[in-house]
Design a protein around this ligand. Structure first.
Ligand SMILES: *[C@@H]1O[C@H](CO)[C@@H](O)[C@H](O)[C@H]1NC(C)=O
Ligand SMILES: *[C@@H]1O[C@H](CO)[C@@H](O)[C@H](O)[C@H]1NC(C)=O
Ligand SMILES: *[C@@H]1O[C@H](CO)[C@@H](O)[C@H](O)[C@H]1NC(C)=O
Ligand SMILES: *[C@@H]1O[C@H](CO)[C@@H](O)[C@H](O)[C@H]1NC(C)=O
Length: 502
């Protein structure tokens, strides 16, 4: 009895000591676990910081995909140079500079801007038109944002811009994208995001010329946080490429596209049911689920039933790349193909308005004549091309330049940052916006599509839009089809070998 109780006691002591030892072990394992967990946490936070440093501390106003606003107001904004004689009726209700100023009036927390150029202050005020002041005023407003408690964030590929330096000195946050290292291209994107609610996308740059002597077209969307959220993801993508010389293969979910050509955002523009999504270029700049610009253009052309009106500065279906110092140029068929198919096989009427200016590539005329010749001897086939050209100004060839980059059809609209040049889509960064209307032309009333169509028709019928003279036996005529004084000398043609001139 005693011995058994003693052994029981011993056993108890034994199990107690086992228990203690186990407890000890357990604690050690727990400590290990905690240490490992801590390390993992640290790693997770670190990788989150690396891949998505932007939004972590959330200055997003609590706007998410779930609670964002898709009851938007849309406005066409244009800049029409003072000395272009265009009829009043096709003119926009809102000028581009008024649009930018309204956007700045709305700003309460943040303004995010991407622009290929920063030149809002003209060098020489004497020779510039009085409207050049618009650029200076805009610059002053951007400088004073900080003092109104509004953050200004800029993504840019410019290394030595005096204006960006001034803005940085006024507490703007500026991040640098080395486009040479990333894509061997340029940053051509041009858009604004205000308070993650209002946005601008269009052809204008932060250049005083865009607000005075160049013809520009863009869209301003108010109270449209769903789309603004998605455009902010494009901005975040740029933001995270800051000072990198490669494009990371793993990206945070915060740059994944919210909407695209297969799942467009359903929304309302001025109370009309519509859908919309964003697209980007080049392909390596398309984060997960992001639609490429060319696929967006394809979808818009593909869904056109009766007409397609295109207004771009340059049209050139070529892509050139430099490999070990040798430039290789290839035919880039993507858009050319879409146009041919639409006009010949679907009987859609096509009008192409291209600018004729100092940098028009001579082969443009050959490609355009080739497109036009498709309709020879075909009924129900209509493809017209006109060249927009303003009077020549020796000192500034951008004067009166039609800098538009859009496409409008009977049911949709695409406004982008690129001209229709293969090399642009292949290498340069740009953004596009697709807008589609739900109802047919007749029962939806006047929408932004009608406004853009009216703007196109105004330009098309203007004195500045001239057709090619089909003088097919004289090749030289194509070289100077408008018999206008702009002379393309051999120097201009030899630029062809220089990829950057494309
Ligand atoms: C950009 O990248 C290129 C090529 O990697 C490099 O030569 C150049 O110095 C970089 N520029 C800047 C400003 O970092
Ligand atoms: C945005 O919506 C709010 C509330 O509906 C309205 O008060 C405001 O005027 C709108 N802003 C713009 C620029 O339309
Ligand atoms: C011409 O094209 C329209 C579509 O734009 C089509 O409805 C019509 O049937 C076509 N006519 C012929 C003869 O192909
Ligand atoms: C949308 O409504 C605003 C006024 O609320 C107007 O200024 C604008 O022109 C309209 N846009 C279109 C495309 O009709």
């Amino acid at each position: 009895m005693r011995s058994s109780s003693f052994s029981a006691f011993q056993q108890q002591g034994y199990s107690a000591s086992i228990f203690l030892r186990r407890k000890d072990k357990l604690e050690k394992t727990q400590q290990k676990c905690i240490a490992i967990f801590g390390l993992l946490c640290g790693f997770a936070v670190l990788s989150a910081l690396i891949f998505s440093s932007v939004d972590i501390w959330g200055d997003d106003d609590g706007i998410t995909e779930e609670n964002c606003n898709s009851d938007c107001r849309i406005e066409l904004v244009e800049n029409i140079p003072e000395d272009l004689l265009l009829p009043i009726e096709g003119r926009p209700r809102l000028s581009l500079s008024a649009g930018f100023n309204i956007l700045l009036d709305q700003a309460k927390r943040s303004v995010e801007v991407v622009s290929p150029v920063w030149a809002l202050n003209p060098w020489d005020l004497e020779t510039t038109p009085s409207t050049a002041k618009q650029g200076q005023l805009l610059f002053q407003r951007l400088l004073s944002l900080k003092s109104h408690g509004v953050k200004l964030k800029i993504a840019s590929s410019l290394t030595n811009s005096p204006e960006l330096k001034t803005l940085a000195a006024h507490k703007a946050e500026i991040r640098f994208l080395n486009m040479t290292a990333l894509t061997r291209g340029e940053l051509r994107s041009s858009f604004w995001i205000v308070d993650r609610k209002h946005i601008y996308i269009g052809s204008a740059d932060m250049d005083w010329r865009s607000l005075s002597k160049r013809k520009e077209l863009g869209l301003v969307l108010y109270n449209c946080s769903c789309l603004a959220l998605d455009l902010h993801r494009v901005f975040s993508f740029y933001w995270q490429l800051h000072d990198r010389d490669y494009i990371p293969s793993i990206w945070s979910k915060r740059v994944t596209a919210l909407y695209g050509r297969h799942d467009a955002l359903e929304l309302r523009f001025n109370s009309t049911e519509a859908s919309a999504y964003l697209s980007t270029s080049p392909e390596v700049f398309c984060s997960k689920d992001r639609t490429r610009d060319v696929d967006a253009i394809y979808q818009v052309i593909q869904s056109a039933k009766t007409f397609i009106f295109i207004s771009v500065t340059d049209y050139l279906p070529l892509v050139s790349s430099t490999f070990r110092g040798t430039t290789i140029t290839r035919y880039w068929s993507l858009i050319d193909e879409m146009i041919r198919e639409a006009v010949v096989l679907r009987g859609v009427q096509i009008r192409l308005l291209i600018s004729f200016w100092k940098k028009t590539h001579p082969l443009t005329f050959n490609f355009v004549v080739s497109l036009k010749s498709l309709c020879i001897q075909l009924h129900n086939c209509s493809l017209e091309v006109r060249f927009f050209s303003h009077k020549e100004q020796k000192e500034d060839f951008q004067h009166g330049l039609n800098h538009n980059k859009y496409l409008v059809t009977d049911n949709a609209l695409y406004v982008g940052n690129h001209d229709w040049v293969g090399s642009d889509f292949a290498r340069n960064a740009g953004v596009g916006l697709v807008v589609k209307m739900k109802n047919s032309f007749t029962d939806r009333g006047v929408t932004v599509i009608e406004h853009v169509k009216a703007a196109f028709e105004r330009d098309w019928r203007s004195r500045y839009a001239k057709s090619l003279q089909s003088n097919k036996d004289q090749y030289g005529k194509y070289r100077d089809p408008l018999q206008n004084k702009i002379h393309m000398d051999t120097k201009e043609e030899s630029k062809w070998n220089d990829p950057l001139s494309l």
